[in-house]
Design a protein around this ligand. Structure first.
Ligand code: 6PG
Length: 466
């Protein structure tokens, strides 16, 4: 029994995490159910000092007790089948970790089933793609606290490090909370990507900018408060040419794929009754993008007047930058508000400041302003909404006019910017002390005697409207 950790699943993520662990001094044994996958990875892993077991039994037997096994296999049925095969070989006190993009309800179910046979189960969000897996991902483990403590030194070693040296990993909470937090991360990722895509589209059509010009603007934005991985790669993508000298971006079909985590976030917002409109809008835009035939027909039926180049281009770009910043803040506010609700509903005691902290590096949404979010939740652990924080109050006051201007210009010039419009509507709605829903209540009572509450006295009322 010589190995510190075992890895099941030798796809790119499993292979890269295995290398990361081995390079950090841990003795790793790996396994894949497919023999051809094992033999294909043989030389690559051997050169990194990682052994591949030739049977599941020898894999399990080689591990130090209590055993820690990280699975990086396909979410859903494959994960269930893997657990079914491995768990009978384990002993009480051993821990299985699922590093896939799994739905939190599946993780909670597995956690309960394995707990009943004294096996720990950690559902761990892993973000950062292939590169992150190899050089330092952001890790979101949830499950038994004691089981986390056993693997903590290893996870802290392999995780990305923030500028203050802190590892981008923390214990998230019980049962499915780690995968829940990863799901919210991905929902925010969808909104971030959509807002950037809309900014690009606005620059291209309302400001008639070339790819190189746009790339330079994103690079410049990356130096300030918008500094983030996604802005950085956008600048790279815009200027990237293929061997024929064409911009690769201009040859890519405008049809966005998805694997479901953004959709799950939207569903969760509906389930818990917490508006996550910017995230959900971003999911719908991906669906809309796939309706290419209908879009083609409609585009032939209706003209799109995207306007001519305005004179005050640099002023508009400044507004766009502010608009992006505020919309991004609104979408993170929705994501964190949803986390707070989930924490209360599911009894997870999530530490929102710590979650912001582990997203500062390693993950896809890594961004400078996660430091500010971390600070906001650290200085007020009961903070219900990010835009109530003193620092963000100032940010919003200074910049929301930029968002307003861009939103009106987008409508005026017929440029679709659904996530930006959703952001400004959300903000404007959240700041109404008395909104429009009195009318909804009156209508409900009128046609269905659904009753309403009054502002001047307590109780439940019905009016004979006709
Ligand atoms: C990450 C990413 C990753 C996700 C991809 C693709 O944090 O590393 O979130 O887990 O799978 O970004 O997601 P979609 O295919 O749904 O866009």
């Amino acid at each position: 029994m010589i190995y510190d950790i075992g890895i099941i699943g030798l796809g790119v993520m499993g292979t890269n995490i295995a290398k990361n662990m081995s390079r950090n001094g841990f003795k790793v044994v790996s396994f894949d159910f497919f023999e051809d996958v094992r033999s294909n990875r043989d030389d690559e892993l051997a050169s990194e000092g990682i052994d591949i077991a030739d049977s599941l039994k020898s894999f399990v037997d080689g591990l130090k007790s209590p055993r820690n096994i990280l699975m990086l296999v396909k979410a859903g049925d494959v994960t269930d089948q893997t657990i079914e095969k491995v768990s009978p070989l384990l002993s009480p006190g051993d821990t299985l970790i699922d590093g896939g993009n799994e739905g939190y309800e599946n993780t909670s179910r597995r956690n309960k089933a394995l707990t009943a046979i004294d096996i720990n189960f950690i559902g761990m969000g892993v973000s950062g793609g292939e590169e992150g897996a190899l050089n330092g991902p952001s890790l979101m483990p949830g499950g038994q606290k004691q089981a986390y403590e056993n693997v903590r030194p290893l996870l802290e070693k392999i995780a990305a490090k923030a500028d203050d040296g802190k590892p981008c990993v923390t214990y998230i909470g019980e049962d499915g909370s780690g995968h829940y937090v990863k799901m919210i991360h991905n929902g925010i990722e969808y909104a971030d990507m959509e807002l950037i895509a809309e900014s690009y589209y606005f620059m291209k059509h309302a400001l008639k900018m070339s790819n190189d010009e746009m790339s330079a603007v994103f690079s410049e934005w990356n130096q300030g408060e918008l500094n983030s991985y996604l802005i950085e790669i956008t600048a790279d993508i815009l200027k990237f040419k293929d061997e024929t000298g064409n911009y690769v971006l201009d040859t890519i079909k405008d049809k966005a794929g998805q694997k479901g985590t953004g959709k799950w976030t939207g569903i969760e917002g509906l389930k818990l009754g917490i508006p996550s409109s910017i995230i959900t809008e971003s999911v719908f835009v991906r669906y809309l993008s796939s309706l290419s035939e209908e879009r083609a027909r409609i585009s032939e039926t209706y003209d799109s007047e995207m306007g001519s180049l305005p004179e005050n281009k640099s002023e508009i770009l400044e507004d766009l930058k502010k608009a992006l910043y505020i919309s991004k803040l609104m979408s993170y506010s929705q994501g964190f508000r949803l986390l707070k609700e989930a924490s209360d509903t599911y009894g997870w005691h999530l530490n929102l400041g710590d979650i912001a902290m582990i997203w500062r590096k390693g993950c896809i949404i890594r961004a400078q302003f996660l430091e500010d979010i971390n600070h906001a939740f650290k200085s007020d652990t009961e903070l219900s909404h990010l835009i109530l924080d003193d620092y963000f109050k100032e940010v919003v006051s200074k910049n929301h006019i930029g968002l307003r201007k861009i939103a009106s210009r987008a409508i005026d010039k017929e440029i679709p910017m659904p996530a930006f419009l959703s952001a400004i509507s959300y903000f404007d709605n959240m700041k109404q002390r008395r909104g429009s829903s009195s009318m909804i209540q009156a209508q409900r009572d009128y046609f269905g005697a659904h009753t309403y509450e009054r502002t001047d006295k307590s109780g439940v009322f019905h009016t004979e409207w006709y």
